[in-house]
Design a protein around this ligand. Structure first.
Ligand code: TYM
Length: 340
């Protein structure tokens, strides 16, 4: 098996389920870029996860290409990192089934994202939505990944992945003597790992919120970015004197966190600069720093979106590389379990 590459492996994924926003960028994609030089990096477009809630088929197809364009526009270099589509590697679904048989129902019952997404309509949620974290474990374990950069909302899924890997290793320890799956480590950076809605500092910024005023999307023009930030909910006070004061002011905390992530400055430094100032003045500077960072990414994103043949070529090459990395693992899993 060719799993002894000297570089450790990074794996992560983004769902093609709507317009990407600065939460996805700051919480995940920006960190993918920083890892590609030092790790064997595998970045997936997780379309099988997207269909756990209904997707318009034509839009899904477009969204898959858009996530690839967003990865590249954000700085992921397809010559360094493997960019590919989950459903093009059937082993993801195959291993997910095997892991469905490893994971316990009690473990999945504790997953808060299912509770939030299914809401009161639990009985009507798809079985896929419930089993979603097992598919995510499959994505990660199929590549014998060591490190998984994600936003804070994925923490519980990562813990489940580690539990599944451990149980699989224990259940089948007699067959090989040695643990088969490495136990993956989450990488959740503090700056930007939890970007909140621009309209409600208690809610996560999300692709699925019906109002696009709650999020800054990758596709937004400079004017839209300005307008959304100027209209973002704040509170009636001046900006605080100390970072601790932000704890009871979620909207202020969110805007200052976004500034800090884009400007690459600590919260302390940002608070010290704007303390006692009006929100209107701060928001103007926040809009400037967001436009400065996101403007070039947006322009490149739009250019790449129009260059479909290039994106398709990247994804074809990615599929080949992903197959090379995952085929030995799924073959070995089947041998270990006694299948086929
Ligand atoms: P998804 O598509 O919801 O989000 C993609 C990445 O963006 C992060 N993110 C955020 N970070 C900060 N603030 C926010 N408001 C925010 N919203 C989203 C997410 O944490 C994520 O890192 N289950 C995953 C996709 C997935 C995956 C995987 C990730 C499938 N298989 C294997 C890692 C490894 C998801 O739904 O992400």
């Amino acid at each position: 098996m060719n799993l002894k590459a000297d570089r450790k492996r990074v794996f992560s994924g983004v769902q093609p389920s709507g317009s990407l926003h600065i939460g996805n960028y700051l919480g995940a994609i920006k960190n993918f870029v920083g890892l590609q030089d030092d790790y064997d990096s595998v970045y997936c477009i997780v379309d099988l996860h997207a269909i756990t809630v209904w997707q318009d088929p034509a839009e899904l197809k477009e969204n898959i290409l858009e996530v690839a364009a967003a990865y590249i526009a954000s700085g992921i270099d397809p010559r360094k990192a493997t960019i590919f589509v989950q459903s093009q590697i059937p082993a993801h679904a195959e291993l997910a089934w095997i892991l469905n048989c490893t994971a316990r129902i009690g473990w999945l019952n504790r997953i808060t994202q299912f509770k939030e997404k299914a809401g009161k309509n639990r009985e009507k949620a798809s079985v896929g939505l419930y089993a979603y974290p097992n598919l995510m474990a499959s994505d990660i374990l199929l590549y014998h990944s060591h490190l998984v950069p994600v936003g804070d909302d994925q923490k519980q899924h990562l813990e489940l992945t580690r539990d599944i890997a451990q149980k699989f290793n224990n259940d089948f320890s007699a067959s090989g003597g040695k643990d088969f799956f490495p136990i993956p480590e989450p990488m959740i950076l503090s700056a930007g790992s939890r970007v909140m809605s621009l309209r409600d500092g208690q809610k996560k910024m999300s692709k699925s919120d019906p109002s696009s005023m709650t999020r800054i999307e990758l596709i937004d023009t400079d004017d839209q970015i300005n307008r959304k930030i100027m209209k973002a909910t704040s509170d009636a006070m001046l900006l605080p004197e100390k970072v601790d004061d932000l704890e009871v002011r979620p909207e202020a905390k969110n805007l200052i966190t976004i500034y800090s992530a884009f400007a690459d400055e600590t919260l302390e430094k940002v608070v010290a600069r704007f303390k006692g100032k009006q929100f209107s003045r701060f928001k103007k500077e926040l809009a400037e720093v967001v436009v400065e960072n996101m403007g070039p990414i947006r322009d490149e994103f739009i250019r790449l979106k129009a260059d479909k043949s290039f994106i398709v070529k990247v994804l074809d090459e990615g599929r080949e590389r992903a197959a090379e990395k995952s085929t030995p693992v799924i073959s070995e899993v089947k041998l270990i379990v006694g299948l086929g």
